[in-house]
Design a protein around this ligand. Structure first.
Ligand code: NI
Length: 257
């Protein structure tokens, strides 16, 4: 059985179908999924979905795109929501210099503040880092004393060299649909550099749909296509991939059963 460690059933594209999607999990070999927030409304919805469905967990936080909306009141609310045991981490937080939808200085501030918040709450962090690995490295190493509960680089798109660097922080790395794309060489090299006990799989649905369904709306069931590709590239049997990545997810997200 697999765990989709990053999905957005809280997104309006998937939310109306949540009942049917979760009902299909068992048949598709999915044990559970983590629904991830990116701003306050989506974090509230992620927490609600996690309360509603035993198979869902929530990660809540403010994405770098929305960093300008982050303030003390929002952090208070995140802390209140995280009193539920179904909230298993803080994210997705980080830096996005590809879109630069919030000024970089503000992205960095919200990133640092939520790293500290997660530490106060005793929760791991889920990071969204895009075209900002150098600055992310600097912030994470400066904040190392707050990284006591684990960190995950979601949709990892950095180099294999950065796998080593973040490995010094005992980071986990999640891969999704991008490893099935034709131009995946860079991502595959990075995946091969990740210690197998630090590897996670995800869909990031409704985005990042794997081949051969690229262009359609992504869904948690397609985590199977990601696992097939990981199995092929790493030369590890598919059943072993499922077992190892599920164990890894539960080791990082200690509130998951
Ligand atoms: Ni995401």
């Amino acid at each position: 059985m697999m765990i989709d460690t990053h999905c957005h059933l809280n997104d309006e594209k998937l939310l109306p179908e949540a009942d049917g999607i979760v009902a299909g999990f068992r048949e598709q070999g999915i044990e559970s999924a983590i629904c991830v927030g990116y701003d306050m409304p989506s974090s509230e919805r992620a927490a609600e979905l996690a309360e509603k469905y035993p198979e869902l967990y929530a990660v809540i936080g403010i994405h770098p795109h929305d960093a300008t909306t982050a303030d003390y009141d929002k952090y208070e609310r995140l802390a209140t929501l995280s009193s539920s045991q179904k909230v298993v981490g803080i994210g997705e937080i980080g830096l996005d210099y590809h879109y630069d939808l919030s000024p970089r200085a503000i992205q960095k501030g919200a990133f640092r503040e939520q790293i500290e918040l997660a530490d106060t709450l005793g929760l791991p962090i889920v990071l969204h880092i895009r075209e900002a690995y150098e600055d992310a490295k600097q912030i994470l190493f400066e904040a190392q004393r707050y990284l006591n509960n684990g960190l995950l680089l979601h949709c990892y798109s950095g180099s294999k060299e950065f796998v080593k660097i973040f490995g010094e922080l005992d980071a986990y790395f999640a891969f999704g649909g991008a490893i099935t794309f034709k131009n995946a060489k860079h991502n595959l090299e990075a995946m091969q550099a990740v210690p197998v006990n630090r590897l996670l799989l995800e869909t990031d649905c409704p985005y990042m749909t794997p081949e051969p369904f690229r262009g359609r709306t992504n869904r948690p069931e397609y985590v199977n296509l990601v696992a097939d590709r990981a199995s092929e590239v790493l030369g590890i049997e598919r059943s072993e991939i499922d077992r190892i990545t599920s164990e890894n997810a539960k080791r990082l997200f200690i509130r998951m059963k």
